[in-house]
Write a protein that binds this ligand. Structure first.
Ligand code: HEC
Ligand code: HEC
Ligand code: HEC
Ligand code: HEC
Length: 195
């Protein structure tokens, strides 16, 4: 008689432990979503505010809703710009990029992720890492660098370099592939910087 009872107690204990585990993690999840506001991007960002050439009015909403990608198949994917907001294994597919933030993240930034994750970028925007020359980034030991495509030189990705490569870089490619749109290309400074 002894053995089955011990077994019963054990089973009951296991069930209890499992149930408490589940209910606490559900409470945790509920607490996270209710205590923290879900983060939404602004429709428009004013960048390069102090630049002599003028500030850049960047329509976030246009880039994520209108047909603006290279192949003319839809909007620009979030991770084309927010390149660290995906798992490291995904970033590794697009060298020279290799960094995920946070390093152990398992999610990829999408419009859907915004609806459930209160911290979709892991707390780091472009300017947390790509700062002005001579300054120290908030979440990174130094301004990120990549190796130059055609030599052994290193390119320091200040805010200016990072945005010019990402923004004007896509615009330059777009005009080679598409005739239906006219984004400001890299040499048309005042197409982006306006007084
Ligand atoms: C064309 C480039 C680009 C694309 C595409 C893009 N973003 Fe952004 N996003 C930005 C820039 C630039 C900022 C402003 C960041 C800064 O000032 O450092 C921003 C800001 C944000 C912020 C606010 C960050 C904060 O903490 O203030 C969120 C959230 C965000 N984007 C989510 C998304 C999502 C989701 C998508 C895809 C549906 C997306 N973005 C697509 C460039 C882009
Ligand atoms: C958490 C830090 C971090 C954030 C946030 C971040 N970057 Fe980067 N970025 C890096 C690092 C580090 C590299 C160097 C390559 C690598 O390690 O992935 C890099 C590389 C780049 C490159 C070079 C890619 C190439 O092939 O030329 C561009 C352009 C760039 N970032 C633009 C941006 C833009 C635009 C944003 C915001 C929408 C952004 N980054 C957000 C850290 C960051
Ligand atoms: C993957 C491609 C891609 C990336 C990355 C991208 N753009 Fe664009 N952008 C476009 C296309 C395509 C248009 C042209 C729209 C048209 O002519 O209808 C455009 C248009 C613009 C315009 C003209 C005004 C408007 O919104 O219609 C500005 C300014 C601009 N982009 C700024 C930026 C900035 C700043 C960034 C980086 C933070 C950026 N873009 C990143 C594809 C891109
Ligand atoms: C596709 C849009 C675009 C084009 C074209 C462009 N820029 Fe920029 N530029 C930006 C963005 C976005 C930033 C980043 C601003 C920030 O960090 O807020 C920037 C930053 C800069 C900065 C640094 C400003 C600062 O506040 O740190 C300088 C200087 C600059 N650009 C000059 C130029 C010149 C000169 C040209 C033409 C040869 C040019 N830009 C073409 C979008 C553009």
């Amino acid at each position: 008689m002894r053995r089955p009872i011990t077994l019963m107690i054990l089973v009951v204990c296991l069930v209890l432990v499992a149930a408490t585990g589940v209910s606490t993690s559900m409470q945790d999840a509920a607490a996270t979503t209710s205590s923290q506001e879900l983060k939404k991007p602004q429709d428009v960002y004013i960048l390069a505010k102090d630049n002599k050439l003028g500030a850049v009015t960047f329509s976030h909403v246009n880039h994520v809703t209108k047909n603006r990608n290279l192949d003319a198949t839809g909007p620009v994917a979030c991770v084309e710009c927010h390149h660290t907001a995906q798992p490291a294994s995904e970033v590794a597919k697009t060298p020279p990029l290799k960094t995920a933030w946070p390093a152990d993240r398992t999610t990829t930034l999408t419009a859907e992720l915004l609806l459930k994750d209160p911290n979709p970028l892991g707390g780091a925007t472009c300017h947390s890492c790509h700062t002005r020359a001579g300054t120290k980034p908030e979440v990174w030991p130094e301004i990120p660098q990549i190796k130059h495509e055609a030599s052994t030189a290193m390119i320091t990705l200040t805010n200016q370099q990072a945005f010019h490569r990402n923004c004007a870089g896509c615009h330059d490619e777009v005009v080679k592939h598409r005739k239906d749109v006219k984004p400001p290309t890299s040499l048309k400074c005042t197409g982006c910087h306006k007084k």
